[in-house]
Ligand binder design. Sequence first.
Ligand SMILES: [Zn+2]
Length: 837
Amino acid sequence: MKKFYTLLLYLYAVVLSAQVDQSYYLSETHDYNPDIPTPQSILGYEVGAWHVSHDRLVQYMTALAAASDRISIENRGYTFERRPLLLLTITSPKNHQRLDEIKTQHRRLTEPGSETLDLSKMPAVLYQGFSIHGNEPSGSNAGLLAAYHLAASNDPETLALLDEVVVLFDPSFNPDGLQRFSYWANTNRSMNLNPDNNDREYSEVWPGGRTNHYWFDLNRDWLPTQLPESQARIKTYIDWMPNVLTDHHEMGTNSSFFFQPGIPDRVNPLTPDMNQKLTQEIGKYHAAAFDKLGSLYYSEEDYDDFFYGKGSTYPDINGSIGILFEQASSRGHLQNSDNGVLTFPFTIRNQLTAAFSTLKAVKSLRVSLLEYMKSFYQIAASEAAKSKQKTLVFGNPKDPGSAYEMARVMKRHGIELHQINKAANINGVFYPETSSYVVPLNQKKNKLIEAMFAIQTRFKDSLFYDISAWSFPHAFNQNYSYLNDSKSMGAAIAQLEKPKGSVSAKASYAYLFEGHSYYTPKALHALLDKGIRVKVSMLPFVREGIRYDYGTYMVPIQNQALDVDALHKLMQTVAEENALSVLGVDGGATEGIDLGSRNFRPVNLPKIALLVGDGVRSYDAGEIWHLMDTRYEIPITKIDVRDLGQTDLSDYTHFILPATYGRGLNAYADKLKNFAQNGGTIIGYRSALSWLNQNKLIELKFKTTERIATNIRFDQRSLYRGAEEIGGAIFNTKIDRSHPINFGIHGANLPVFKNTDLFLEPQPNSYDNPILYTNNPLINGYISKENLEVLKNTSFFQSNRLGRGKVIVFTDNTNFRAFWYGTNRLLANAIFHANLF
Ligand SMILES: [Zn+2]
């Protein structure tokens, strides 16, 4: 009985501790303006009692901004699910009146002439952002209280702060993910909160709320900027150039609270030491606040500042300080942990504490932060002026599309770009006018340019929190050259224009176009979808003096669903939209294969299924969905593992298996085998290869590395194992351009991204190995010596016949994070040309 009462008391205490009022977060005696609405007055519950949905968050922020003359609110765009990307600018009413002036003056820190600025009179700029991972919600929930405090506090310290700091307040970095997660946590919440870790509340269904609509990790997109959320915030970023940017996350439930600096050895070498010193200085304010609160915390043992695609690292190459916070997650409302019962309000209060200690630090260190930004750009400018290298040219000799897409990324970051003044041969590489760009290196963003192009293959540390390489010319498959002069530099580009294609003439016989434009798969689908017959050449040929490559497309006039005029019109639209140079011809003879040759093979309209659901890596599946849906405009049917049993696959031509753990898939091995035997094409990626191999859908031989640790102590074991991982690096392959998997790709080599330890043995016949790692494959990033040895001359791709169909595999991801434009075509070719393999 006594035991029972103890338990009851314990549970009572637990329930109580999760039900808090505002005094749990903010002092009751603090002077708050009663005219400013509290979160509770709008939401109908105290912060932490429920998970705020993005819709309700917008409701509160709108009400708050309407009531306060310290806040202006704007919508900077929309997520894929049409949720607004809000920004609150919070500062004193006096500063609001001259906000443009403050902004212009602040930006002068990054420009020549900054030595005349009087820093003592300039406000610092702080960007505070929350919950970029939607299922790490304590940040956004704390944001409600932080914004309230800044709007309502009449405390002299707050008033002084608002005079000296402009706060760019981004209450939800990932609206779609926050909404998805709040739905899960709230719909599974019991009225009597239950801390049992086994409760459904704490294990979200696939794909979870971490990611955005297409299941991307938004905290890897700050540099690639392929997603609308990142594009909106980078626009704010370059408009304001904040001194400090904070990024509030959550980590495992049994942890405590982390703030940067991260692991010192893993700082990107392009980041100045002073950045880390200031991060440490700011850290003292967090430590003091957490000491006062009595909350456990740590720094320097985890995470790093290496990849500039993360929110807490991107600022470090922009003269700012990026700061990562990680709070142990209660995931739902209340959960048992190694540190006792962890309540949602507790996690929110820690985030709020870090938000406040950041404000205090930025106010106190204001002049040092302004000084640091000023000197960062002064040093960068003097280095650029001294450098022998004056310009950088990049482009793709045959594809204006991918060159444009890369130029777009650079433009988004405020990098100055120029046209090439005339087509040129530079160091043996041809740069045509239509698809080349010139980057002057003596410009204020020269450090950021370096971060986009840098090659690093030697490292202080062999462990990485994320990828070790991301060089854009490789990801976009562009040629590039550094030049010691500015002779190639043409007019500055104010507004980038998407390249447009055209048709040379109305044809009476056929239309011809090469497959090099990045947008070719979209064009093919647009034609096939209208019932137009399209053929592809298996050999090169010459017509009207133009050398047509392997994989040239031909649209004959004869026997089409459209008449000559309608087809011409359609070809014009498709060419223009997809940057195709289409030749209209009035006869079939060529030097080489004539247009009626059997070496022109039919291209068929695909109907594609994509496996999703439990066990499938949602990032990889989302990248494919996004590619097909938003870039190629090719319909793709997402089939959940749990529905696979009832689905008639004979409706589909292709079935894509993204990386998968395969458990839920085991029951369907025969079904997939039948699908291929009846003529279907299965495309498998990464970990799906093992499953396909084990279930005998394809026969694969892997090379393995086996190492026995010698002289490695117990406390060194995870470092030892980590050093063997390929966290993400860039390697060179040599390609057989006559193989249809490579149609549309220029050059003899193709850089690929690799982050698996799958080393595929080549097939016996050389013509079956169209994509092989070279003998010296490392281009950029980290790989251990042992793994590099094994990787040499192995295969990236394999295709085997199975009955009347095909099984095609890639050891690595060709669609990585939406910015690997250079290898996207491989998947498109596996879709349109599998019948030719
Ligand atoms: Zn996170």
